[in-house]
Design a protein around this ligand. Structure first.
Ligand code: TXA
Ligand code: MG
Length: 340
């Protein structure tokens, strides 16, 4: 079993594995990552193969702190001053997209001229980065297009013994992937909403942040293709289904204890994410709950909508993706084929 508590010896083992071109599963405060040496094109190729990730979808490079950004990305004076303003989130659950330095292999960012950089704050990620003394390229440690992992066990469920080491840092505190913000553009552009909200970014930067088009036809970020984050079980929003003909094994995934009128519907199971509808708590539990429900041979998972303010934007983003390939055919809910 490659899951291990992060003792100093195992952190050192993780560092040696990374230096030797191997992959290591490790915790961050957002979700678990599958790490590889960002400066080793062969390790990057192994990472894409193992995850089954399309080669056009670039990776995030992880570094210990703001100081190392300049070793990965080219910084103009404007970008430097934006980074300074974003310092409260670095290290933290914010990824910035900048111009890539030539020394960073193009394969890391799928041949793009830009590069995504993040300093995770989780103490195990910090220790691993410092012990390896390398930038670590890491996507979320799930097979491409499935739900991101928020525990070491989730990573093991996906990859088993295919990766030599998974460092167990406990359940992730944030629970959804980092906010991705492009700051090399004229106007900062939000590519993926997360726990660091657009409102917080605008307030720190003192300028407007544009929201990228999340349309599947013209994604601004390759990872924003709509078929991401989906469990195998069909997922649909409550307001899009006919509740008088619920399939027999339907679960309700609720943000808060459901109102009485919902309790009269014949749900096989109701999973409540937060006792008081606290959206940070909802974010923390969302992926774990989707994974648990996905094991139960259900016909359908019904989800609610929330207001797209604050963290609500990120939660809706993940749920829209989770439900995007669900279709109703002959009275049954199924998924259209998920494209890579
Ligand atoms: O919280 C996280 O960000 C986690 C942990 C492990 O750090 N990582 C993660 O990585 O979610 P991944 O590969 O699953 O998602 C990276 C996202 C994708 O949507 C990708 O398209 C986008 O970042 N991205 C990466 N590089 C980019 C670039 N140069 N330009 C635009 N988008 C980029
Ligand atoms: Mg991912």
């Amino acid at each position: 079993m490659p899951i291990s508590l992060p003792t100093p010896e195992l952190i050192a083992r993780g560092a040696s594995l990374l230096q030797a071109g191997q992959l290591v599963g490790f915790p961050t405060e957002t979700v678990y990552g599958l790490g590889a040496n960002a400066l080793d094109p062969q390790a990057i190729a192994l990472l894409y193969r193992t995850k089954g990730r399309p080669l056009h979808n670039p990776l995030i490079v992880h570094i210990p702190s703001l100081e190392e950004v300049a070793s990965i990305a080219l910084l103009s004076a404007r970008e430097e001053s934006r980074l300074e303003l974003l310092e409260p989130f670095i290290p933290g659950p914010l990824t910035v997209v900048l111009k890539r330095r030539e020394q960073v292999p193009p394969a890391v960012s799928a041949g793009k001229e830009t590069i995504a950089v993040r300093a995770p704050s989780h103490h195990v990620a910090q220790q691993l980065l410092r012990a390896a003394a390398l930038p670590i390229a890491a996507p979320s440690a799930n097979r491409s297009s499935y739900v991101s992992p928020t525990t070491a066990q989730h990573v093991y469920d996906e990859f088993g013994n295919e990766i030599p080491l998974i460092l167990d840092g406990g359940p992730c505190q944030v629970g959804i992937e980092s906010t991705v913000l492009a700051i090399h553009e004229e106007e900062p552009l939000l590519l993926r909403p997360g726990i660091v909200t657009i409102e917080q970014l605008e307030s720190k930067l003192g300028e407007p942040v544009r929201r990228a088009s999340f349309s599947p036809q013209t994604p601004s970020s390759p990872g924003q293709l709509l078929h991401h984050y989906a469990p195998h079980t069909p997922v649909a929003f409550l307001d899009t289904i006919d509740t008088s003909t619920l399939p027999p094994r339907t679960a309700l995934l609720a943000f808060a204890p459901p109102p009485p009128e919902l309790l009269t519907l014949p749900f096989r199971e109701i999973c409540t994410l937060s006792a008081h509808g606290d959206f940070e708590h909802v974010a923390r539990c969302l992926f774990g709950a989707l994974r648990e429900l996905d094991k139960k041979q259900l016909d359908l998972i019904v989800v609610e909508r929330c207001n797209e303010a604050g963290v609500g934007l990120a939660i809706m983003d993940r749920l829209v993706r989770a439900s995007a390939t669900t279709v109703r055919q002959d009275g049954r809910y199924t998924r259209t084929t998920k494209r890579a």
